[in-house]
Design a binder for this molecule. Structure first.
Ligand code: ADE
Length: 243
């Protein structure tokens, strides 16, 4: 996959692309990337990239000219273009999987009050928000998207790790423990050291349901749980009712 990020502050993203699992993915040619400084495409001598908003209002907007030239420089019309903004659709794991299937993605980061609507109309496929809060700029939101997407590219991370984590299967992840079996007088749950695989699977599913019920009951709505899972969740609800 090729990822191009267009930004006024490429240095915010550089560390991520040159570190850890991403650095290894780049080295193994699973990912290639470009960090494009939109200011390099400003045409006046002060490299101006923003101006006042037509019709009035607080703050400044990014000028269409430099953004458009930067998009053309990465051939954005032939890529999936994502503009990160609190005014977009909410980012989630399903959307990350969708983006992970693309050959090329371009992520456009806004600063100030955002970008001129004509750029959105001409180039942008999706306006995407990473959550119902406002960040000072799009760069940190772009990092969230890049991180959630590239790790789903086959070969970047083992398939087994991906299958069991939160949101896969529509549930949060079960609790996990490592050595020592007793730490600071706290014991690892007995079932996990029992060697009884079927019981471990059952315990983990119960814990996934319990945690999802506690923190993200919205994920369970309309899920149509059947058989043993349905019995488990009814039991958990009943226990919750008694508490
Ligand atoms: N820019 C500022 N806040 C944002 C958010 N929540 N998501 C995406 N981009 C943003």
């Amino acid at each position: 996959m090729r990822i191009d990020v267009l930004t006024l502050f490429p240095e915010i993203l550089e560390g991520f692309f040159s570190s850890s699992i991403m650095a290894r993915a780049v080295e193994r040619n699973l990912v290639s990337y470009g960090l494009v400084n939109i200011r390099d495409y400003a045409t006046d001598k002060h490299h101006k990239c923003d101006d006042e908003i037509f019709g009035g209002g607080a703050g400044m907007l990014m000028l269409p000219g430099p953004v458009s030239s930067a998009l053309d420089a990465v051939d954005a019309k032939n890529a999936r273009v994502v503009y990160v903004t609190p005014g977009g659709r909410l980012f989630n794991q399903a959307y990350a999987r969708d983006l992970a299937g693309e050959e090329r993605i371009v992520i456009l980061c806004g600063r100030y009050e955002g970008i001129d609507q004509r750029i959105i109309d001409a180039y942008v496929d999706d306006e995407v928000s990473v959550g119902d809060y406002v960040l000072s700029s799009g760069e940190t939101a772009a990092l969230v998207i890049v991180d959630a997407v590239y790790r789903l590219i086959p070969g970047v991370i083992s398939g087994e790790s991906l299958d069991e984590e939160s949101f896969e299967g529509g549930l949060l992840e079960y609790p996990q423990y490592t050595r020592p079996a007793v730490y600071d007088s706290m014991q690892v749950p007995e079932v996990l050291v029992s060697g009884h695989h079927a019981n471990i699977v059952k315990w983990r599913m119960k814990k996934r349901l319990e945690k999802t019920l506690l923190y993200r009951p919205d994920l369970l709505q309309g899920k149509g749980l059947e058989g043993e899972l349905r019995a488990m969740i009814l039991e958990l609800i009943e226990q919750g009712g008694e508490a």
